[in-house]
Structures are given as structure tokens and as C-alpha cells.
Write a protein that binds this ligand. Sequence first.
Ligand SMILES: Cc1ncc(C[n+]2csc(CCOP(=O)(O)OP(=O)(O)O)c2C)c(N)n1
Ligand SMILES: [Mg+2]
Length: 747
Amino acid sequence: MSDLTPDAALDQHLRHALATLPPRAPDAVAPDPGEPIRAGSGLTGAMALALYDAQIGNRALDLEARALRATGRGFYTIGSSGHEANAAVAAALRPSDPALLHYRSGAFYLARAAQVPGSTGLHDVLRGLVSSVEEPIAGGRHKVFGRHELAVIPQTSTIASQLPRAVGVAFAIDRARKLGVGSAWPADAIAVTSFGDASANHSTAVGAINAACQVSYQGLPMPVLFVCEDNGIGISVSTPQGWIEAAYSNRPALKYFTADGDDIAACFDAACAAADYVRSRRAPAFLHLRVVRFMAHAGTDAEISYRSPAAISADYDRDPLLGTARLLVSAGLLTPAEALAQYDARCVEVHEIAELVSVEPQLGSVEAVVAPLAPRRPDWVAAGAARAALPDERATAFGGKLPEHGEPLTLADSINRALADALAAYPNAIAFGEDVGRKGGVYGVTRGLARRFGAGRVFDTLLDEQSILGVALGSAVSGLLPIPEIQYLAYLHNAEDQLRGEAASLQFFSNGQYRNPMVVRVAGLAYQKGFGGHFHNDNAVGVLRDIPGIVVAVPSRGDDAAAMLRSCLAAADIDGTVSVFLEPIALYHTRDLYEPGDGEWLSPYVAPELWTSAHAAIGRGRTYGSGRDITLATFGNGVLMSLRVARRLADVGVGARVLDLRWLAPLPVEDLLHEAAATDRVLVVDETRASGGVSEGVITALVEAGYTGRLARVAATDSFIPLGDAANHVLLSEAAIEKAALELFGT
Ligand SMILES: Cc1ncc(C[n+]2csc(CCOP(=O)(O)OP(=O)(O)O)c2C)c(N)n1
Ligand SMILES: [Mg+2]
């Protein structure tokens, strides 16, 4: 092994190997670039030349990435060298087929860019490396393959996290057509997603591929092409020999294709066969490309510490650029000197572009960084929240029984009616999750909706929260308005990255060019009587409150729930907002507030004519009472407890008002400060945990705003919730609230 750097060694080997390729016999017949480059292949000479162009472009970019890093101007050195067979996948697809790419799919990106006139693939990637604001997808926020005009949706660095969305995109292509609503993709498009061999073992990938197969197994359309770029290793850990083939060649409802990455004609043929299969059958396929990884995992990775020099240099012979050049030379379409000259010229060109883009500005301020994170146009949302279906459509949706003419409703029933109104008002809305369809939800919240709106719009999913959110992510980026349901808050956690890493970050990492509007309904919080244990009474929301940009809604009563749901849907529609609509399970069927039978927690359903005045703006609370002595700032179950405590405080001459925060993100700071100033005493009543709970944010907001009155909080114990009555030891009680409130009047 020489003492050259990995990039120099690779470059040197390729140059020498190109220059010394066996030349074609001088008397051979002049080639026709329109003919197959090899008998039996669909790849023409002209196409092979174009793919070689993408492949050398990719290699030149990877070498330049190292040079930019070495001079402190570049910030990313994970390359695609050795994987350049993926250019053939782009060639087998249409540039309008939505693509969610592996971080080593650089040649795919260049090949796709070459299909779209006016594209600047080399510039795009270089701008990503130097985090230029001119970079076309993330605008300097990330180095990622993506461009709206190329239907390449940007990805995060979380390996395989794009697969659930890819499945959702595939689902949405055909579902949008079936529903007759607009879609971001042509009706016969297919989704493609690529990933590495180690990533193929990740539960996210395994779950997404399983979901695609399970959907297809039922005979439903699932046009997704999974492309595994198998270089045999994940950073330093070898994938067992033959594992990818063993794991994926025999799956039900998954057609398997494979090719060697240094044979571009074979890769193209396999990719075409796979793409044709997916497109014509609307069914999933798995394309296994056997590739090599050059220059280690990244610039910082000393491959020599875990691979032998012999193994590293043996891979050089499988260089895909060499394979393509060999084919082109043997077909008479290039001489060895021309193959080398093209590579050389591309390296020079890339370096020249790098010099230009490396002086472009990077993001220059907090405002510039966060601008696309979560745009908010509250006035438009207020107008949108009044959107209702036409009266006759509503009448049909409600089977002639309009809810505003019926009895006052519980929280669960109000949400049910508001969902029906949403499905009627937004033809692109879909509602789904475990038990959402036929059963109508574990708590009956979606009861009757599948029957009224059809299984195309309200449906059961398989039991995998990651896939449920994946369907939402993919549907949303395709133009649908998904309302997924997560059955219990505790079960959001095993799918959380789909919300945190994918949903919340898409507008940020695409500079607002892609959005995934959605309202994720989650049944949660504690106090379920007779049905217990931690997992059905999870009272932790810290994990939601710190996700930048998302809205977290917690309605405590029916009329608020309906209004807040309308706001979340309008924000999704107008601003692309991602909302979590956290429904307190224990309040679903609560009817009474003070006494059994008082019916004080039921609310009439508000008719559409009054939705403007009933608007619940995101980040605005609701105040009960006008007591001047103390504010009980709370939400969820805490609202009822606080109202009851307020009544008892009145009995002892203390005037309390109760502020239902309603929105845990963004918090209604303005309302909070107003009530605090009016009472000069604030007790934060927080049913979530003392650590990481809501009260931390509420108290911080008060302190930062300069509030100087009395202040205290009560919160649940930092514990998981035990079964049965033992739960009451750790949950917040009315007695604790009352005691803490009275203590604020002591000296
Ligand atoms: C969920 C997650 N865990 C760990 C990592 C760190 N990581 C980045 S790449 C990688 C290896 C991926 O290997 P493979 O899927 O084979 O892709 P390759 O780099 O070989 O193309 C790991 C562990 C990550 N990005 N995401
Ligand atoms: Mg790998």
C-alpha cells in the first residue's frame, strides 16, 4: 500500500487503469451509438456515454470534497465513489419519479440532473459541500441530495429514515388518483429509494419494506423500488457475505433483481426490469446493486484500522468507472485516451466550479437559518379554519343529522364530528391508523367515518407506528392532507424519529420547497379509571415540546377540540404545519364537571356560520372565570381539576381564574402574561412530569417576561405510572393543587 491519501491513491489507480485499457482492434466496424452497447443489453452506446459522464462527475466531486475539506472550505466528505452504478437506476427511471436517496447516490443525482434541461448537478452538489445559501434544496442547511425540479426529496442523515416516507409516497401516487385529487407526481410515477447494506438491517428499513410488501400482498397498489447499494460494509462492520440476497430475494410480494456495480449494462438492464415491474404492476421490487466503497466511510475514517491493504486495493479492480470505460472502449465509442481525458477534464471543471461556489455566502443570521422552519400566517389560518363543505355535502356527510342541531357533545364525539367536517371540507384529507377504520378507534373517536367517507379515505393500517407516520409523510409530500392516529402516546416513542427527524425537518432542509402538512392525532395522558398502567396513561410530553416548529395541541373539551382541529388542519393546508393533536383519553367521554349529572363538560357543536368567531388561534389560551387573586395555568385533565379547585377556593374567599393553555407549543405566552398580571399569583398545574414537563416552559416564559408576582407549580412525580390506585401516588391530585394554591397566599 502506498502512502498516498485514499483520494490520491484512487485517482492514481483509475488514471493508470484507464490509460492502459486494451484498445479496440483498429479494423473493427465503426460503432453506432444508437445500438446496444452489448448484445442483449438495452443500454445503447449513447446512453452508456451519458452514464460515464455522470460517473466521472461523481468521482470528481468526491475528490474535490476532500480538497475543499483540506483547505477548510468544505464541510462534508462522505462520498459516493464506488457506488456509481446507481447512475443506471436514474437512467431507468423518469425524472418525475419521486426519489429519496442514500447519501452515496451522487451519480444517480447527476444522471437525473442530466435528464432535465438546464440542471446544474455539479454546482448543486458542490454548493452543498460548502454550505452555500445558493444550494438548491437546503440552502446551506445540510449537505444532501435534493432538488425540487428533479423530484429528489431531501433526506436526513438518519440512515433508512427515508424508507417509510418512500412507502407513503408510493401509496399516495395511486391513492390520489383513486380519490381524484391533485398529486405532486404523475399518475404512473413510481417511488424510488436507495440505502446501504447495513441500513437494510435497521428496523426502519425492515419495517418500511415489510409494510410495502404487506400492502401489496393485499392487492393494493404499492409502486416502490427499493435500491440497496450493497458495498458489504457499514462504516467498519462487515455485512455477512450473501446476507442481503438471503434476506431480500425471497420475500413475499417483493420481486428481487440484482446486478454487479462495475457492469453498467447489467445494472441498467436490471434497473429497467425492476422499474418496469414496479410501474406496470404497481408492486414493490428490490434492486440489489453489488458495489464497492472507496475512500473509506468518510474523510475522517481511517479504513486501514479495520480493513487490510490488500482488501482495499482489491476493490480498485471493481471500480465502476473502469467497468464503464472498458465497455465503451471495447465498443469503440471511446479510446482509452479519451476516457482518461474526459475524466481529467471533469476533475478540472469541478475544481473550477468549486472555486466559484466556495466564496458564496453561508447563512448569515438566526433569522436566515430558521426562516423556512415553520412559517406561520395566522390571519390566513384564521380564514382557512372557517372552511366548511357546502351545506348539501355536509348534510350527506352527516347522514342528514347535522351535529349543530343535536345534543351537546363529549370530547370524543366532538372530535368525531370535527373529523367528519374536515373530511367533507378537504377532499384530499385521509384519516388512518390502527383500528381507525372498521372499529372506529379504540375509543370510538373515528366511529362511522370509514362508512361515510369510504375505505379509500378512512382506513386501518398495519400495526407499525413508523409505517403509519411514513404513510402520512409520503402522502403529505404528495399533496394529500393526512390525519394519522397513534393509538397511545407511549407508542409514539418507537416511531418518534419519523415525526422529529422527518416530518418536522422537511421544510427546514428543503428551504420550504417541500412540505409535509399533517395533523397527528395521539390519544394520551393519564387518569384513565379502571384501565391503567403506564403505557395507556403516559403523561410525558417533553419529547414533543422540544421539536422545533411543530404545534402541540391539547384540547380539554369538545368545542375547543373541534375549533383547534380546524386550526391545525388550516395551518397544515396553508403553512404546511405539522401538528400533534394530543387527546386526553380520560376526558373523551367525560360529561360532568362539578357534580354527577351536571353535564357541564359537554359542549354544543358549533355550526360553520360561527366558525370564524369560534376560531381557536394556535398559541392562544382560554380563560375561565375572572377571579383576581390567583391564576391556575393548566391544560388537559388539569383544566377540570383546576376548575373544581377554583370553586372550592371561592368558598374560602379566594378568587381564582383558570387559564387553559390549550397549546403546549407554541405556548400562549401573551395570555399567560395577561392573566398573571391580573392576579399577581400564578400556580402552574401540570399533569406531566416535574422534569421535562410543561411547567418548566410556562415558568420560564413568565420569568423571562419579567413577571415578579408569586409563582409556584405542581406537577406529576418523575415516575412511570403504576397500575390501579397506586397511580394516584404519582399523578397530580386536586388536593395537591388546592394546597399549593393556598400556600401562595402564605407569607
Ligand atoms: C439511525 C442511524 N444510526 C447510526 C448512524 C451512523 N451511521 C452513518 S452511516 C452508517 C453506516 C451505514 O452503512 P450502510 O448502510 O452499509 O451504508 P454505506 O455507508 O456503506 O453506503 C452509520 C452506522 C446513522 N446515520 N443513523
Ligand atoms: Mg454499506
